[in-house]
Design a protein around this ligand. Structure first.
Ligand SMILES: Nc1ncnc2c1ncn2[C@@H]1O[C@H](COP(=O)(O)OP(=O)(O)OP(=O)(O)O)[C@@H](O)[C@H]1O
Length: 449
C-alpha cells in the first residue's frame, strides 16, 4: 500500500505534469491530479494526506480552497504554490493553516520534495505517538498495571477509583518499592487527565539549587548556564498529571514557593515576572510520615494540608498475603516475554520461600529476585534454590519474618551451618543440642527441596 496520498491542484498543464511526475518518482506516493478547485473538493472524501494548491486557480483562489480543505479535514496538509514571492500572502496562508508556501522558481522540485518529506516524517511520528499512547494506556489499565487481590490492595483500588473523574490532589504514602509511582501512573492513564502528559519529578534526586528551575522553568539568561528559555515541569504537565516523588525531601525554602504556586494555580519562570497559569492534577508521594515531619518542623503544616487531598497508603508487600505469589508469577511472565523466552512456573518450595520472606525492598525487590531466579533456573521451573535475597539473612531479619517454631529452628540451624563452615559438631555445641538433632534438621531441609 502507498503510504502518502497526494492531490495536485494546478491548472497549468505543463506545471501540473511537472509536479505529478516529480512526486510520482517516489513509489510510496499515490498522486492524483486536478485542474480546478471544485474537482478536487469533489474527491476530498478519499482522504488525501497532502494537497498542493496553485494559488491562482480558474474557479477559486488558493486561500478559498485552503479554507474549504481545512473545514473538511484538518489533518490534510496543504502546500500552496504561487507565481510570486509575496511575504504577506505567505504569512496569511500559514496562519490559515497551510503547511508551507512555495514559489514557482527553478528549485521548486527540490523544495517540494523536501516539504513532502517533512510531512511524511511528521505523519510517521504522529502514527507512532498514537500507537505508543495506546500501548501505554493498555499497559497502565488498572488490572494490568496494579497487580493484587489482597484485601489491602482492594482498599487502594477503591480509593483510587474515586479520583479518576476529578482533579483532586492525591498523596501516596508507602515504603520504598511499594509501587507509589506505578499507582500514580495507573491513576493518570485511567483518569480524565489521560490526554495530557504524566510528568514525574523526583524531588530527592534534584539538587536544591536546581529544583525551582526544574519545576517552574526559566527565561533565557536568568542565571549562568540558562542559555535558552526552558519551560518547567508544571507547564509540561498542563492538562495532565504532575507527580512529585519524595516530596518529604523538599527544602523549606522551596516548600514556600510550591505552596504559593498551588494556591495561585500559576508559576513564574525564573527571570520573568509574568505568571503562567497551569491546570494539572498533582500527585505527591513519600515514604516518610509527613505529619511527624510537620511536628518536627521539617515540613510546613500549610503545605501538608494543601497536599493531603485524597490520601492513599500503600501497604508493604509483606502485608499483602496472596499478592506476593501473584506478583512473582507476573514478573516471571514479564521476564519471559521481554526476553523472548518460554514461561516458567514457580515450584511449591519457591512459593513457600517467597511467602516467608519479609521483603524490606517490597515489590522492586521481588521483581529483581524473580528476574535473577529466572536466569538461574532450568528450563521449566523456578525452585527455592534459585531464590536468593541480596540482604544477608542475619538474626535480626530472622525475627522480622513470622515463622513457626519448627521453621525458626531450621533457619537457625541453617544460619549456624553457614557461620561455622558446615561443621555439625561446632553447630551442635554452639546451640547446645545433640549432633543428631542437627542431622535431623538438615535432612528435613533436604527433603523439603
Ligand atoms: N501492584 C503492582 N503490580 C505490578 N507491578 C508493580 C506493582 N507495584 C509496583 N510494581 C512494580 O514495582 C517496581 C517498583 O515500583 P515503583 O517504582 O512504583 O515503587 P515506588 O514506591 O515509587 O518506589 P520508591 O519509593 O523507590 O520511589 C516497578 O517496576 C513497578 O512497575
Amino acid at each position: 500500500m502507498k503510504s502518502l496520498k497526494i492531490f495536485v491542484v494546478e491548472d497549468d498543464d505543463w506545471f501540473n505534469k511537472l509536479i505529478v511526475h516529480t512526486l510520482s518518482l517516489n513509489p510510496d506516493h499515490e498522486v492524483i491530479s486536478f485542474k480546478t478547485g471544485k474537482d478536487c473538493l469533489r474527491r476530498l472524501n478519499e482522504s488525501p494526506d497532502v494537497i498542493t494548491i496553485d494559488y491562482r486557480l480558474p474557479d477559486m483562489t488558493g486561500d478559498e480552497l485552503l479554507e474549504k480543505v481545512s473545514e473538511s479535514d484538518r489533518r490534510i496538509q496543504a502546500i500552496v504554490i504561487s507565481e510570486q514571492n509575496e511575504i504577506q500572502t505567505a504569512v496569511d496562508l500559514l496562519k490559515k493553516g497551510a503547511y508551507d508556501y512555495l514559489v514557482k522558481s527553478e528549485d521548486i522540485r527540490d523544495r517540494l520534495l523536501n516539504t513532502i518529506k517533512h510531512i511524511s516524517e511528521n505523519r510517521a511520528l504522529q502514527k507512532e505517538v498514537v500507537i505508543l499512547k495506546k500501548e501505554v494506556r493498555e499497559k497502565y489499565a488498572f488490572s494490568n498495571a496494579v497487580i493484587g487481590q489482597s484485601s489491602k490492595i482492594k482498599e487502594v483500588f477503591d480509593l483510587a477509583s474515586k479520583a479518576l473523574n476529578n482533579n483532586i490532589t492525591i498523596s501516596i504514602v508507602g515504603e520504598t518499592g511499594t509501587g507509589k509511582e506505578n499507582l500514580a501512573k495507573a491513576i493518570h492513564y485511567n483518569s480524565i487527565q489521560k490526554e495530557g502528559s504524566f510528568v514525574a519529578v523526583n524531588v530527592a534526586a534534584i539538587p536544591d539549587g536546581l529544583i525551582e528551575s526544574e519545576l517552574f522553568g526559566h527565561e533565557k539568561g536568568a542565571f549562568t548556564g540558562a542559555q535558552t528559555r526552558r519551560i518547567g515541569k508544571f507547564e509540561e504537565a498542563d492538562g495532565g498529571t504532575l507527580f512529585l516523588d519524595e516530596i518529604g525531601e523538599m527544602s523549606m525554602n522551596m516548600q514556600v514557593k510550591l505552596l504559593r504556586a498551588l494556591q495561585e494555580r500559576e508559576v513564574v519562570r525564573i527571570g520573568s515576572n509574568k505568571p503562567v497559569s497551569f491546570n494539572c492534577r498533582i500527585i505527591v508521594a513519600t515514604h516518610k510520615d509527613l505529619k511527624e515531619e510537620v511536628k518536627e518542623g521539617n515540613f510546613r503544616e500549610d503545605l501538608f494540608y494543601r497536599l493531603l487531598g485524597l490520601s492513599i497508603s500503600l501497604p508493604p508487600l509483606r502485608e499483602r498475603g496472596p499478592d506476593i505469589i501473584l506478583l512473582a508469577e507476573h514478573f516471571a511472565r514479564l521476564f519471559a516475554k521481554d526476553n523472548g523466552m518460554p514461561p516458567k512456573r514457580l515450584s511449591d518450595s519457591a512459593k513457600s520461600k517467597l511467602n516467608k520472606y519479609h521483603w524490606p525492598g517490597n515489590i522492586r525487590e521481588l521483581k529483581s529476585v524473580i528476574d535473577l531466579a529466572f536466569v538461574l533456573s532450568g528450563e521449566e521451573e523456578i525452585t527455592s534454590d534459585h531464590i536468593s535475597y541480596s540482604e544477608s539473612e542475619n538474626m535480626d531479619d530472622l525475627m522480622v519474618t513470622e515463622l513457626t517454631l519448627r521453621e525458626y529452628t531450621r533457619k537457625i540451624v541453617q544460619l549456624f551451618m553457614k557461620k561455622y563452615n558446615n561443621n555439625t559438631k561446632t553447630v551442635a555445641e554452639k546451640l547446645d543440642i545433640g549432633q543428631t538433632t542437627v542431622y535431623r534438621v538438615l535432612k528435613e531441609l533436604e527433603e523439603e527441596q
